[in-house]
Design a protein around this ligand. Sequence first.
Ligand SMILES: [Zn+2]
Length: 222
Amino acid sequence: MAVFLLFLVGIFHLTGFLYRGLHTQGRKDTNVLPASGSFSGEETDNPIDKPVFTVDLLEPNKYSRPGTKLKKVKNIFVHYTANPGTNAQQNRSYFANLAETGERSASAHFIIGYEGEILQCIPLNEEAYAVKGRNDDSISIECCYLSDDGAFTQSTYDSLIDLLAWLCGEYGLTEQDILRHYDEGGKKCPLYYVEHEDEWELLLEDVGAALKRGNTDIAADE
Ligand SMILES: [Zn+2]
């Protein structure tokens, strides 16, 4: 009897293993480190490929990573660093140093460098200090830039579209749920896309197109 039970348990594990093996085939997962995942921590059936990003979380601290749990995500906010020529790592260090200086509270979940590299600083199930009054229901992305007018480089732009599309897929949002920091409180952030409304509309259209492509891929697979 005991042997038979062991046999059943064995079969159960084996089928589970085979099932998972079959269903993860063909999935792209090129992240350097495992992402912290969606805020539920569960695997989602996101039709959008996860962009490559480096997870380099801030140490928990009062000024940039308070550790408050993020319970829902209604919007994704786009920012610019307001500091031309600084890269993703430098902006991450700025957030990290706030733990020491305490000069203000600031952070974002992601920073995109002007060469298109993406750094994750805050887990997706925690709040960042990025948009006054909306930290409890949104994700924020900071973008580096080179030119004084605040326009993003093509590399930053491309990474931003990929990241926004993936996050929309992760939380069941559309491009209409993507906001500028400016849209919540009127701060001129991200500057170029506040001063060029038409460029912002194009950016949202590009995310919409990426979402449509992702959904079409899934439909084609079935
Ligand atoms: Zn901002």
